[in-house]
Design a binder for this molecule. Sequence first.
Ligand code: 2GW
Ligand code: MN
Length: 296
Amino acid sequence: RCHLAPGEKLKQGDSIDASLDLWSRGDVQTCTAWGAPVIWEKMFDPEEYDQVHKSRHSSVALTVFAVGRYLDAYLEMFLLSAELHFMASLPVTYYVFTDVPEKVPKIELGAGRRIKVVRVQTHSRWQDISMMRMKTIAEVIESEIRNHNQYVFCFDVDQVFVGRFGTEALGDSVAVLHAYYYHRPHSMYTYDHNPRSRAYMHTGDFYYHAAVFGGSWQSVMNMTKTCYQTIMEDKENHVEALWHDESHLNKYLWLHKPSKVLSPEYCWCSDIGYRADIQRTRLLWSKKQYHTLRDV
Ligand code: 2GW
Ligand code: MN
């Protein structure tokens, strides 16, 4: 069922997807082995998706962390571009987690859009800044988000929206294909290969990028809680997974298959250059400023 003819309709995935039309494409995988759609440009009608989500009063919480030097380096562009492209048809609440709330740029927000700034402590190791996001996200879903938003999307801050990242991306549990691995053989996936880590895995479905994941608040709470638990078990055992939280997320998503997969359009890296299957870019990695932002 993953090899539908181009133009053939797909009726799979979440209940909302099942009620709408999703078209297959001939040049890319548009459906996983377990029946979840993989979303690419030309597979969906954006207006139709917006209408359904508007009529259901869907709303979305976006979480993003800007701790230490990442605040000045990336946050303003991230937020300004999200105002243009992220779920433009729906109410959105941004949860910005930072160690210096007063430095969060005051940007003008569209109707129905709000920003909440939450102070978090910083960690001396950047690996911990990244990994501890899982704990913080689970906590804020539990204490706040679940009372206001059906959906939650979690982002790295070092990225910029450049095209529609819309309601077609909403689903019960959603993950994005890593731009560098979607066309590579499984043997090259950088899963954690240390049997002593809880993130250990040998075979998997895809290599997902932890820079973007989301879903219903229930699913994202389970995802982040479980990843935090496995990260802490590793700490007790004095091991750290190869790609930190990303390794744990990949393990989780192997054991709990996502109901929707986003193509690398939803987290693309311009350095890769031209690819015929990428017909639209929606979110781009920002340039890394390793020399100024990382001391390692
Ligand atoms: C991270 C690395 C080195 C030095 C600083 C930081 C750092 C990260 C920081 O000083 N402040 C901060 O707020 N962060 C947050 O953590 C920020 O939201 C950032 O986007 C996120 C992940 O760090 P990042 O973007 O530098 O890591 P990447 O782009 O190499 O990310 C992939 O691998 C990570 C694990 O190593 C995560 O899984 C991430 O989700 C992946 O995209
Ligand atoms: Mn990043």
